[in-house]
Design a binder for this molecule. Structure first.
Ligand SMILES: [Zn+2]
Ligand SMILES: [Zn+2]
Length: 158
């Protein structure tokens, strides 16, 4: 996301720009998610005291991995962003603002806290790993707090 600001000569001017950015993957701590489509964006740019203010929207289509059943699913969203280039320590590269990194950062922030392929995803059986969305297994899954399951089994035996 490179924006040519050479036309932005006066303080009361704003620049309307749009474009597309092709990213391969989004890195989030230890996970990597594939972009299924280029990110298309629209932005408005204005001069600030010492830098530029950029705000706009971007359409993001990513392949995420469900926290519960571990299957891949498509996540599509329109995210909003706003940057103050001075705050973000972005200096001009010639006559361009290079905003790729901050845009990627905004996408990371916009990701859902819990990644779910669907709200009612049943997840995997904690015993045999069967995808419970696709069918039932015969495991006796202890109800309640699964962290205690092992201990409960131990007490049952003794
Ligand atoms: Zn799922
Ligand atoms: Zn099972």
């Amino acid at each position: 996301m490179r924006i040519d600001v050479s036309n932005l000569m006066y303080d009361d001017m704003v620049l309307e720009v749009e474009g597309q950015e092709t990213f391969a993957v989004l890195e989030v701590s230890k996970a990597r998610y594939r972009f299924l489509e280029p990110v298309s964006w629209k932005a408005t740019v204005a001069k600030s005291d010492k830098g530029y203010l950029v705000y706009g929207k971007a359409r993001v289509v990513l392949e995420l991995v469900c926290d519960r059943c571990l299957s891949e699913y498509v996540w599509e969203d329109e995210i909003e962003f706003s940057f103050d280039t001075e705050e973000e320590n972005i200096s001009l590269d010639g006559e361009f603002l290079d905003l790729e990194d901050v845009l990627l950062g905004e996408i990371v922030v916009a990701l859902p806290v819990k990644l779910l392929c669907r709200q009612e995803c049943k997840g995997l059986c904690p015993v045999c790993g069967t995808d419970l969305n696709e069918g039932q297994c015969d495991c006796q899954v202890p109800t309640g707090d699964l962290r205690w399951a092992k201990l409960n089994k131990f007490f049952e035996k003794n």
